[in-house]
Write a protein that binds this ligand. Structure first.
Ligand SMILES: Nc1ncnc2c1ncn2[C@@H]1O[C@H](COP(=O)(O)OP(=O)(O)OP(=O)(O)O)[C@@H](O)[C@H]1O
Ligand SMILES: [Mg+2]
Length: 398
């Protein structure tokens, strides 16, 4: 009876999530979290098969490690086996013999196929439950999985993956230490990160965790204490002053929280000023046009709203035609509407102009427009999540 109640409750939440959430991935994430709480399971993940490349991708994850977006070969590991057979597998002890299955180490691993009458779409994996699953619980979870699979099938849910992505910037083992009084404080403790060309990467993390520090290292404004900065495959950890200046001037565009526009120059002149010191600038008016401000070109900053001033800053960052744009809390000082206008401008330069943007924010809602979201915690990257369907800036609400 308890298990039956469990199913009714779980079925209700599955249908509720999948029908009310605008974004299937968030619905799946929420369902996974609720099911693992309901079944007292500390770790879980949900995997879906990609039709074209025949791999399984982790779409949602619960537990210490979040690597949403990683993939495994279709037929490998417990998950792959369950998807190809369409039959649940319950492994009481995942011993050392499963050497290539790090992600399912632990006891009481239950893998359940997401099965429809037409085939198996993926798999839910529950790991490290302290007590064993009984048959009724397995049945209940199988019913839940079937419900999810049917709904996904019904929605025609798909996701795209790009396996030809090139890392533009990579960090390897990046450590940053600062003196604080007498004491040396280690702020970044070994960051490994690849930033791909044309992606919008959002960085989340608590105040003081080192987000700006990491951004400054990528932007060549600060130097790592240890580790490597690699730009398009070349080691850039120890550049000469001249190389560094050129890198900052031509390769990187910055957008900060404060606008720091020159008050005695018009919007256009503020942009032209940067264009003049750039190697291959685009037309300044075009840059203002791209952020929707062509009609305000001759206004002074004092005659522009906060959001408009911030968009002038974006124009200033893009006029250099840099490869990467670094944005540190660009909407923190703005209200919702103006903030959204700024995010729309950022979205346009990534989606239309194929620029790479790394944006730091405190706002988890803003993270929904990202291609990938990384979280910094205790000096390390604690999770990397892929949004297979990023939201449009105009659809964000906070
Ligand atoms: N130049 C510096 N000298 C000494 N300590 C520094 C320096 N820059 C940063 N720190 C320290 O490093 C830590 C991380 O700072 P950072 O500005 O990177 O955090 P953050 O994640 O961007 O925080 P916030 O969200 O508040 O902007 C903080 O404790 C800060 O005091
Ligand atoms: Mg900061």
């Amino acid at each position: 009876m308890a298990a039956n109640n469990n199913f009714v409750k779980s079925a209700w939440l599955i249908m509720d999530e999948l029908s009310n959430s605008g974004q299937v991935e968030s619905a799946l994430q929420s369902i996974l979290e609720k099911l693992s709480a309901e079944f007292s399971c500390p770790e879980a993940s949900l995997w879906l098969k990609h039709d074209v490349d025949n791999k399984l991708y982790m779409i949602a994850s619960k537990g210490d490690e979040d690597n949403t977006g990683i993939s495994i070969e279709y037929n490998s590991e417990l998950v792959g086996k369950v998807v190809s057979n369409g039959i649940s597998e319950y492994v009481r002890k995942c011993g050392d013999d499963l050497t290539d299955t790090k992600r399912i180490y632990g006891d009481n691993c239950l893998a359940i196929p997401l099965k429809t009458p037409f085939g198996t779409l993926g798999c839910m994996l529950f790991v490290n439950r302290s007590i064993e699953f009984n048959e009724e619980e397995i049945k209940t979870l199988e019913n839940c999985a079937a419900l999810i699979a049917l709904d996904l099938e019904d929605k025609g849910f798909y996701f795209e993956v790009d396996n030809n992505r090139k890392p533009l910037v990579s960090l390897r083992g990046v450590v940053k230490e600062f003196m604080s009084g007498e004491e040396m404080r280690r702020i970044l403790k070994g960051i490994d990160l690849d930033v791909y060309e044309g992606e919008l990467l959002v960085v989340l993390g608590e105040s003081g965790c080192g987000k700006s520090t990491m951004l400054n290292i990528i932007g060549g404004m600060d130097k790592a204490s240890e580790g490597k900065l690699i730009i398009e495959g070349e080691d850039f950890s120890d550049p000469s002053e001249q190389e560094l200046t050129e890198y900052r001037r031509d390769y990187i565009g910055f957008i900060f929280q404060s606008y720091n526009l020159m008050p005695n120059l018009t919007a256009l002149e503020n942009v032209e000023f940067i264009a003049e010191i750039s190697k291959q600038p685009m037309d300044s008016l075009k840059a203002l046009e791209m952020v929707g401000l062509a009609d305000r070109a001759n206004r002074y900053p004092s005659a522009l709203s906060g959001g408009q001033q911030q968009r002038v800053c974006i124009a200033r960052a893009i006029v250099k035609d840099p490869k990467i744009i670094l944005a540190d809390e660009p909407t923190a000082a703005l209200d919702f509407n103006t903030g959204q206008g700024v995010l729309k401008a950022i979205e346009d330069i990534v989606r239309n102009d194929k620029k790479t943007v790394i944006m730091v924010t405190h706002n988890v809602e803003i993270a929904k427009m990202a291609d990938r979201v990384i979280k910094l915690k205790d000096g390390l990257i604690s999770s990397i999540r892929t949004n297979f369907h990023p939201l449009h800036a105009n659809d964000l609400v906070w």
